[in-house]
Design a protein around this ligand. Sequence first.
Ligand code: COA
Length: 248
Amino acid sequence: MRYRRQFSVETALLQSRDRQEAGSVVESAGADRTRTKLSSPLRTYAAKLYWPPMNADKKIVTTMFRAPIRPGIELRLLEERHAMAAFALMDRDRDYLREWLAFVDKTRTEEDWRKFVRASLEQFAATEGFTAGIWEGDRFVGVIGTKKIDWLNGKGELGYWIGRADQGRGIVTDACRAVLDYLFRELRLNRVEIHCATGNSRSAAIARRLGFTLEGTRREAELVNGKFYDLWLFSMLKKEWNAVNAGR
Ligand SMILES: CC(C)(COP(=O)(O)OP(=O)(O)OC[C@H]1O[C@@H](n2cnc3c(N)ncnc32)[C@H](O)[C@@H]1OP(=O)(O)O)[C@@H](O)C(=O)NCCC(=O)NCCS
């Protein structure tokens, strides 16, 4: 009992000292988004005392799940707090995105985005797939994810889009590589598919660039903007992915 009280007093003293030091560091971390001034024992403390980390504008500066795909660009699991940034991008590029994506016309408000995010988080929690935002620093540039995973057959399907201004930079191809690594190596799926309209040459180029095999055409398999489109079915098998990416 006495030991416990002594421990708690010492802990309180230690915490109040660390709070002061850590507080100034967290504030400066908010300004430049680095934590380099924080010594490592204090870093552990600061993480406990100031969670979630916020910048000077009280904005959360970290995220629950992130995966770097190249310097400055990373995937972050979609969360409700990203809804405004994601919806703004979709709304800005609506005309270009709606050409191939049926859900664009159905996504009219930020709340529609929130509903989508909630559904995709439920999917993630159930290990049935996930959706991530593609971020360049603080800029939301696109989306990548899977449809519901078919666990009976060890099979998944990729989907993606990027804002018009960031097309042609190879970002989506790199994002696909990271997600394919995750699907084949972490989730141990056996097969991943990409379905894209036969006229969507940019999407088909991604599948080809990644080494997918074109298996055939699904006739009039998708309805977009009142028109039925033929879809190309591309696939990649785990053994093919591992053979080509063994050194990565
Ligand atoms: C489909 C879509 C995602 C393709 O985007 P994209 O920017 O062409 O794809 P990538 O990010 O992989 O970029 C590839 C381009 O970057 C270039 N590139 C530049 N640097 C590169 C790099 N480091 N690595 C690979 N490619 C690179 C490639 O040469 C290629 O350019 P090209 O089209 O002139 O040949 C995009 O057009 C889109 O969002 N469309 C609307 C939604 C949609 O159709 N989604 C798919 C539904 S199936």
